[in-house]
Design a protein around this ligand. Structure first.
Ligand code: SAM
Length: 382
């Protein structure tokens, strides 16, 4: 049974209802009302329908669909929310506006045929990008064009990779895996003094929430004998394995099966770069950014003492963006360290260099401009 149905306009196909399965990475439900649209549809009419919750199944020119998506985006740009009374309120309004934007833009749909191809005029070949993001094709599937553009962008990044100066190599992020485009936190891990027991051929480190595997690779290149990497996301585990192999580090970095945060046993160094903002992710792609109720942060802290060798250290990489947004206080963070029986050995700070930190048009600009990323060196209190 198809998840969504529509009626083909008379003259193209025999006017019979058509359908497809539905896929949405953000878990958006299948739209209940779907109308067929093509290049004759005016942006204002499309915007009205999309705002009312009617999905537009695109049958025109692929480039025309991209133009329409841009036109819808321009209309949504006019709805910039007013700043709230507090930074936290501004952040929540910003997220609400982003959610509304995603829902409206997500109403422009395209159909991926049974081999993941697009049967639209001037459409690119998206089959490989879709295999990478969704797996092998199974059936005719409707997706939002906006999501598909993300899948295509991710494919390009995966091919090209992200240069990591600390590795002297590129890391290749997969779709839905946190990409190390913000180099400052990688540099912190590349330069903080390693615990003596880790920097030996028999030394062990854990990298919790490894994502692309970038920090595990940096530790291995710094001379840690064996790095065990974990992640709750199967996409991240596959991506980390791919990067470890490309870098020739398969003998030194083991990407663990399963989704447990901590591997078995103890290590001289445990590194954790959890998502930095305590909020609920709304899609798989956001799982590297939002940590609901700081669950991963708390699990890292409470498990640390039981997983460290004597004189071992835990390195928490986290920015203070959540503090500037009023989502967490510095005291909350220090209290969480103390509650887990941990003391601070030292802290190394870096200023972000990414372009959003310098964009005054960003509604969160003040918080981003003040942001500092820190590597907290933690050890159990005696
Ligand atoms: C901010 S990203 C960091 C990725 C990588 N370590 C880096 O520094 O680029 C956080 C990672 O933690 C993973 N993650 C989130 N919650 C988790 C959990 N409860 N257990 C294990 N991994 C988790 C996410 O899938 C994501 O890959």
């Amino acid at each position: 049974m198809p998840d969504i149905r529509w009626t083909e306009p008379a003259g193209q196909e025999p006017g019979a209802p058509s359908g497809a399965h539905w896929h949405s990475e953000s878990g958006a439900p299948a739209p209940r009302r779907v109308t067929v649209a093509d290049d004759r549809m005016k942006a204002d009419a499309a915007y009205r329908l999309a705002c009312e919750g009617t999905a537009l199944l695109w049958r025109g020119d692929y480039q025309g669909a991209r133009q329409l998506l841009k036109a819808l985006g321009r209309r949504l740009d006019r709805l910039t929310p007013k700043p709230g009374a507090t930074p936290a309120e501004t952040f929540h309004r910003h997220r609400q506006a982003r959610g509304h934007r995603a829902r409206v833009l997500g109403m422009l749909l395209v159909v991926l045929e049974e081999d993941h191809s697009l049967a639209l005029r001037r459409a690119p070949d998206v089959r490989q990008a879709c295999v990478e993001a969704y797996g092998p094709p199974e059936r005719r599937t409707a997706v939002s064009l906006r999501e598909l553009l993300g899948v295509i962008g991710a494919h390009e990044w995966r091919k090209k990779g992200v240069e990591i100066p600390a590795l002297g190599a590129r890391i290749h992020p997969h779709y839905g895996v946190f990409s190390p485009v913000r180099g400052e936190y990688v540099d912190l891990v590349a330069t903080a003094p390693l615990p003596a027991a880790a920097a030996r051929p028999e030394g062990t480190a854990f990298d919790l929430g490894t994502g692309t595997g970038v920090l595990a690779a940096v530790l291995a290149r710094r001379g840690v004998g064996r790095v065990l990497a974990t992640d709750s996301s199967p996409r991240a585990l596959a991506c980390a394995r791919d990067n470890v192999e490309r870098l020739g580090l398969t003998g030194r970095v083991r990407v663990e099966e399963g989704g447990a945060l901590y591997p078995e046993g103890r290590a001289a160094l445990v590194v954790c770069n959890p998502p930095w903002l305590p909020a609920r992710p709304t899609s798989a792609v956001e799982q590297g950014v939002y940590d609901p109720d700081s669950a991963m942060l708390k699990a890292f802290l409470t498990g640390l003492a039981d997983h460290l060798e004597p004189a071992g250290e835990g390195w928490l990489i986290i920015s203070d963006l959540a503090e500037h947004l009023g989502l967490r206080t510095r005291d909350d963070l220090l209290a969480a360290f103390a509650a887990a029986g941990l003391g601070v050995v030292d802290r190394h700070d870096a200023k972000p260099r990414h372009p959003r930190a310098f964009d005054p048009g960003d509604p969160l600009h003040a918080a981003r401009a003040a942001e500092v990323t820190s590597l907290w060196r933690l050890a159990p209190l005696a």
